[in-house]
Design a protein around this ligand. Structure first.
Ligand code: COA
Ligand code: AMP
Length: 630
């Protein structure tokens, strides 16, 4: 069936379309129907089926004869080691880990926080939770103790599984003090922690609370898979919103299995047995869907890569991994290619490797600029496909369905709506606009399977964040337009979220941290354009009268505070003291205007501005930081 017809079918007959796709999944009890719309505008998929994710990711492949196929390849240029695990080995290790968790009292519905770097044990921890029906919440290693504490208090985990350390080029990230600090700050205390001791660092265990990863598994009975309802939360993943309180995105079990399985062939064009690599981190949604779950569910070999695009040891690392492990489809963020291109613009290192195994490259996480796509295409000589999605959706909203029908590529567009997504561009009043007209990008409800049915313990916030703006639609938070062929173009966020090196961050959260500095009276954080990372955060602070500290001291304390409270991943290094912030007459800070000045873009003087002269002061402050850049 042509892709356009298939997409139409998914919208006209969602039950028929998705029940057909659901046949590719092993159900303990098949669902009676796909869509449950009784509580619209809250929707669920496959709610009355019974199923287990771990069974579908591991056991069924062993039962089906793939036991000896590699499931996971760990490649760490940072430690110089590799480890290869078959589906049978993964199944056995996950069953034993699940057995040990069960012996400590973890049961279906309990939350388990996972705080681990890019090691296979992170995937084992996720899958062990899935095996028991426990709900995991993975926290990215680049976040500070405070961010971990916020997630502990919201998710209220029975257990935390952590590693002794993570490894960044040239430095060891001591996870254990971060974990201890977070548990200290948090009101909720887990019953116990499991610590995976890495060779590079042995952490001191807290008596009566911490268990050693190996010791606690010794002699336990392996656990079987526990069937759960199709609408049971598989995991909660926190993502940035407009405030310092992150949103706990719920991933429902049944829809997750069906949608991810569909995507592997139809979008990523891999068949069972092929090697698939997403160079991201398990702490992000890309890591959840395309390092851990989707490749395993579809019977592919997945690569767990502990390294960076450059510097581990050089800009040829990606090509080495692709050729050595015979990667067929490769997924990364545009920023990673920009980093490689900066070091090796002519692609000389590309020539050192046989990349004939590579058929397609996929980019997501931020806008893919045409220059980067063209560079990658000319170096690698394969299609480079942009696709657009969010933590909330868990899989692509718009993509080029390469395994179904390779559509023409239009540079600057992540192509067309995937099945079940009815993308509309709306004006401020919620009315659809015509082709090529800028507006808010919304998706007509219901969203397809696998997408969020709500936020963890926050239904009112879910409605307010996503459903209230345009009744009958899900508001994506992105703005852009659609052309007459249905290709979407994602241009900007409509909220205070910025995208730094493919990482989604909240400027509101950074403002909350800056405001906590005793000398700061008022502040604003904006995202400014950056050639490598896409955007960088920049802070403006107004000081309380009478402080005896120098501006330089306060700025460096502000930078340190954001690093300590949010984490190094925020990459908050640019800040400046100003006398006043530009505001509207009603007191709203004009962040977008400030960002335009920083980026050297033309802007319209806001009609409601209180005092236009302040913009000159902002320009002077920006110049002191080297902005706009030439
Ligand atoms: N644990 C602890 N610290 C981490 C971390 C982790 N897992 N990941 C990043 N950090 C730290 C870095 O060490 C760095 O610290 P520094 O300020 O002391 O240098 C800081 O957080 C910023 O990291 P990063 O954004 O990775 O910047 P970088 O300059 O080290 O590298 C790139 C730049 C472009 C190479 C890198 O950002 C990259 O590979 N991006 C791809 C992103 C991606 O895959 N996103 C997923 C969406 S698909
Ligand atoms: P995250 O939830 O971290 O995956 O971030 C999702 C946000 O990243 C989206 O809402 C977009 O703003 C941005 N994004 C992701 N992929 C793309 C893309 N292909 N093009 C443009 N923006 C993207």
């Amino acid at each position: 069936m042509r892709y356009a017809d298939l997409h139409q079918k998914s919208l006209n007959d969602p039950n028929g379309f998705w029940m057909e796709q659901a046949q590719a999944i092993d159900w303990d009890t098949p669902p009676s129907k796909a869509l449950f719309d009784e509580n619209a505008p809250l929707y669920e998929w496959f709610a009355d089926g019974m199923v287990n994710t771990c069974w579908n990711a591991l056991d069924r492949h062993v039962a089906g004869g793939r036991g000896d196929q590699l499931a996971v390849i760990h490649d760490s240029p940072i430690t110089g080691t590799q480890e290869k695990l078959t589906f049978a080995q993964m199944r056995d290790r996950v069953a034993r880990l699940a057995g040990a968790l069960r012996a400590q009292g973890v049961v279906k519905g309990d939350r388990v926080i996972i705080y681990m770097p890019m090691v296979p044990e992170a995937l084992m921890a996720m899958l062990a939770c899935a095996r028991l029906g426990a709900i995991h919440s993975v926290v990215f290693g680049g976040f500070a103790a405070n961010e971990l504490a916020v997630r502990i208090d919201d998710a209220q985990p029975k257990c935390i599984i952590a590693s002794s350390c993570g490894l960044e080029p040239g430095r060891v990230i001591h996870y254990k003090p971060l974990l201890d600090g977070a548990i200290n700050i948090a009101t909720h205390k887990p019953d116990f922690c499991v610590i995976f001791q890495r060779e590079q660092e042995t952490a001191a265990l807290t008596e009566g609370r911490d268990l050693d990863w190996n010791d606690f598994q010794a002699g336990v009975e392996p656990a079987d898979c526990v069937p759960v309802e199709g609408n049971h939360p598989a995991y909660v993943l926190y993502t940035s919103g407009t405030t310092g309180q992150p949103k706990g995105v719920i991933r429902p079990t049944g829809g997750h299995l069906v949608a991810l399985n569909w995507s592997m062939k139809n979008i990523y064009n891999v068949d069972p047995g092929d090697v698939f690599w997403a160079a991201s981190d398990v702490g992000w949604v890309v890591g959840h869907s395309y390092i851990c779950y989707a490749p395993l569910i579809a019977g592919n070999t997945t690569i767990v890569f502990e390294g960076k695009p450059v510097g581990t040891p050089d800009a040829g690392t990606f090509w080495r991994v692709i050729s050595e492990h015979k990667v067929k489809s490769f997924f990364t963020a545009p920023t990673a290619f920009r980093a490689v291109k900066r070091e090796d613009p002519k692609g000389e290192l590309v020539r050192d490797y046989d990349l004939s195994c590579l058929k397609t490259v996929y980019l997501a996480g931020e806008r893919a600029d045409p220059d980067t796509i063209l560079w990658a295409q000319s170096q690698l000589q394969v299609p480079v496909i942009d696709h657009w999605w969010q933590t909330e959706t868990g899989w692509a909203i718009a993509a080029n369905p390469m395994g179904n029908e390779a559509l023409p590529v239009k540079l600057g567009s992540p192509a067309v709506a995937m099945p079940g997504y009815d993308i509309r561009v709306l004006d401020e009043g919620g009315h659809p606009v015509g082709p090529d007209t800028l507006g808010a990008i919304a998706i007509k409800l219901p969203l397809p399977p696998g997408t969020l049915p709500g936020l963890w313990n926050a239904e009112a916030r879910f409605r307010k964040s996503y459903l209230d703006a345009f009744p009958g639609y899900y508001a994506t938070g992105d703005a852009g337009y659609m052309d007459a062929d249905g290709y979407v173009y994602i241009m900007a966020r409509t909220d205070d979220v910025i995208n730094v090196a493919g990482h989604r961050l909240s400027t509101g959260a950074m403002e909350e941290v800056l405001a906590s500095h005793p000398d700061v009276a008022e502040c604003a954080v904006i995202g400014v354009a950056d050639a490598l990372k896409g955007q960088l955060p920049m802070g403006f602070v107004c000081l309380n009268k009478g402080t005896d500290r120098t501006e330089k001291e306060i700025v460096s304390e502000c930078v340190r505070l954001v690093r300590d409270q949010i984490g190094p991943v925020a990459a908050f290094k640019l800040a400046v003291v100003v006398d006043r912030l530009p505001k509207t007459r009603s007191g709203k800070i004009l962040r977008a205007t400030m960002a335009s000045i920083a980026d050297g873009k033309e802007f319209k003087m806001p009609a409601t501005i209180d005092d236009p002269a302040i913009l000159d002061e902002i320009s002077v402050a920006l110049q002191s930081l080297g902005y706009p850049q030439t």
